[in-house]
Design a protein around this ligand. Structure first.
Ligand code: UDP
Length: 352
């Protein structure tokens, strides 16, 4: 059987490296990577089992077009996803997500290739007091005022989703859009050397603080609710999408684990307990403190109160999430703890 050739644009990061690992020995698919750096792939793979193409999609238009022409399915994973970046460097977030992302869409249209586009649960914006889970085809996508830069990621990603849909109608583009809900697993973000080092997501803030003996900081009291999905479950959902092209074409899929909903304040306590039981090297026990959101992230921050996915659609492809919250945290914390010296700031700097 001829393998389908997958190209992962922005595939050398957290999710792309896991996907490559999973598909490395697949009978049905081969995977190539196109990215500006390969450090996470190097951590993951001693011997690279796939092709790596060093390209910058912001400038290497001809190379991107040629690579897309040479593959069957294009994943676009290139993204800057972290609330601190949305607030502190909104132009870079918009440029990569919207303008550079459009180039990937255009190349797929030109060469008539299937696009699997990584959207985000941020697209749903604020929960606005609603307790209903977010639905791909029914929920409104409502964000905040323009001066709150927090929403630039949400709105640029939303516009891209709308352009992909428009190309589906007007250009015959074959596509699937996926919306991950707070993915966690080995290799997520970087290990921080200090409390203001870089712009990771909540897992890495808390894990780094535990390892460094610093306080875990709850933004505005840690009232917000999130569901967390293990990256292995996410990758299995992507494979279900690949294996079901007829059912997945032209569709958006939420990918998350509703059972893993937790308040951020409770996440801090749970991670501190797991750390103390498994990894603590001394009697130092991190405090848990509250910080103001605007001070922690910067002016223009606003939070999403609750982000709960409806996953009925993706379950219709025969997939269901399997890894529950405690196992998810223990696995990711163990990997981070055991590899803390490799996951250094220096290695991560090379990846940015
Ligand atoms: N958060 C927190 N302390 C931190 C980092 C994040 O309380 O050190 C909160 C953040 O305000 C949000 C939630 O944790 O309510 C999840 O943040 P994350 O950065 O993972 O991204 P989001 O889910 O908001 O996109």
């Amino acid at each position: 059987m001829v393998k389908q050739k997958i190209l992962c644009v922005g595939g050398a990061g957290f999710i792309g490296s896991h996907m490559s690992h999973k598909l490395a020995n697949s009978d049905n698919y081969s995977v190539a990577q196109a990215d500006i750096w390969s450090a996470k792939l190097k951590i993951r793979f001693e011997n690279k089992p796939f092709a790596f193409h060093h390209i910058d999609i912001s400038s290497d238009d001809d190379e991107l077009s040629a690579l897309v022409a040479d593959h069957d399915i294009i994943f676009n994973l290139a993204s800057k996803a972290s609330p601190r970046l949305y607030v502190q460097d909104p132009l870079a977030v918009a440029k990569l997500n919207l303008f550079d992302g459009s180039k990937v869409i255009d190349a797929c249209v030109k060469h008539r290739k299937k696009l699997v586009h990584f959207s985000t649960s941020e697209v749903y914006g604020k929960a606005l007091g609603s307790t209903e889970p977010f639905s791909e085809d029914l929920s409104n996508c409502v964000t905040g005022p323009i001066r709150n830069h927090r929403w630039i990621y949400s709105t640029t990603k939303q516009l891209l989703d709308r352009m992909i849909f428009a190309h589906g109608r007007q250009s015959g583009l074959k596509f699937t859009i996926v919306r991950p809900f707070n993915v966690v697993g080995p290799l997520i973000d970087h290990v921080m050397v200090g409390p203001d080092d870089g712009a990771p997501r909540v897992f890495s803030y808390f894990m780094s603080a535990l390892m460094n003996g610093e306080p875990l900081r709850l933004v505005d009291g840690g009232k917000a609710l999130r569901t967390f999905i293990h990256v292995d479950d996410l990758v299995n959902a992507l494979i279900a999408i690949l294996d079901n092209p007829a059912k997945s074409n032209g569709e958006i899929f939420n990918i998350g684990t509703p059972q893993n909903e937790i308040r951020i304040a409770d996440l801090a306590t749970l991670m501190r307990d797991i750390f103390a039981a498994n990894f603590e090297m001394s009697s130092v026990r991190s405090d848990i403190v509250t910080v103001d959101g605007q001070e922690f992230y910067g002016e223009g921050f606003e939070d999403t109160e609750r982000r709960m996915p409806n996953i009925d659609k993706i379950k219709g492809l025969g997939w269901t999430p399997r890894i529950m919250l405690k196992d998810l945290l223990e696995d990711t914390m163990r990997y981070t703890w055991e590899n803390r010296h490799r996951l250094t700031q220096e290695a991560m700097d090379a990846m940015e």
